[in-house]
Design a protein around this ligand. Structure first.
Ligand SMILES: C[S@@+](CC[C@H](N)C(=O)[O-])C[C@H]1O[C@@H](n2cnc3c(N)ncnc32)[C@H](O)[C@@H]1O
Length: 251
């Protein structure tokens, strides 16, 4: 672009030049600033408030859905941690999960023939445990896949059709940025009469990667609109203190 300023008085030249430069910089910056309305997965605060029971709080500080995902991935993709989870940690966790699943089988919420999904399964210790106790048709989902036990999938938008599973387990409810979507997806992919077991933390604030804080089981009951609450019991499960069992109602 040619800027022709020779006829202007000498003093005005730097003024017009800096004015032109400022306008150019401002135009450039406005193109770089992220616009919330363009991010389809960001939910307006108002919608969040309307959908949430009062005893469930979304943690502030996530500027966008991408920022939330990035925070989750920072830990899950850490190579040193993945090495530990798949070696030193493996047996200890599979053993503890196996006891929980054996117990659920005894209470007749889980059977060898149950088609089972584990949500937020990371490297799949809980899926390995399901298989160990005889529930062979089991798979997990996580943002990062770990084949063959764990497929890639966001629990806010499960990569499955409707009414696929007899049993769904998760100990990562606190990682849901949109808890009503987390629950809605479970109720969509569970068969009628299917069982959902959640391990949650009620007594204190969950870890720093959590996206929500849950203060009572009542909040879960409000979110599980198509299910009935069957059982609540205290547990000691990797820092989580309560096991909650829901059954999807038959139509
Ligand atoms: C505390 S870890 C629990 C892992 C596993 N259940 C266990 O007990 O070993 C939370 C997991 O949830 C996953 N996660 C977080 N947000 C997710 C999302 N939107 N969809 C699927 N997985 C997600 C993380 O990647 C991470 O692996």
């Amino acid at each position: 672009m040619r800027i022709d300023l020779p006829k202007l008085p000498l003093l005005l030249k730097p003024f017009f030049f800096s004015l032109f430069l400022s306008l150019f910089v401002l135009a450039f910056l406005s193109l770089q600033t992220p616009r919330r309305s363009l991010n389809k997965t960001t939910t307006p605060e108002k919608e969040k408030d309307e959908k949430l029971p009062s005893d469930l709080k979304i943690r502030p500080g996530y500027s966008s859905y991408d920022a939330y995902l990035q925070r989750q991935l920072n830990k899950t993709l850490n190579p040193k941690l993945r090495e530990i989870w798949t070696t030193r940690d493996w047996n200890r966790k599979v053993n503890v999960f196996s006891k929980f699943f054996e117990n659920l089988k005894q209470r007749e919420y889980l059977f060898n023939g149950s088609k089972s999904l584990s949500i937020g399964a990371r490297v799949g210790q809980e899926v390995a445990a399901l298989k160990r106790v005889g529930v062979n048709d089991s798979v997990g989902i996580d943002l990062v896949p770990y084949p063959p036990l764990v497929l890639k999938g966001d629990f806010h938008n499960q990569p499955f059709g409707d009414e696929i599973f007899d049993f769904e387990f998760s100990n990562v409810f606190d990682h849901a940025l949109y808890p009503w979507k987390f629950v809605g997806e479970i109720e969509r992919t569970l068969k009628d009469g299917g069982i959902c077991v959640l391990h949650v933390l009620l007594s204190k604030r969950a870890d720093k990667y959590s996206a929500n804080d849950l203060y009572s089981v009542k909040a879960l009951e409000k979110l599980f609109k198509k299910s009935e609450l069957i059982e609540v019991r205290s547990i000691d499960g990797f820092g989580l203190d309560t096991e909650v069992v829901f059954r999807k109602k038959k139509r």
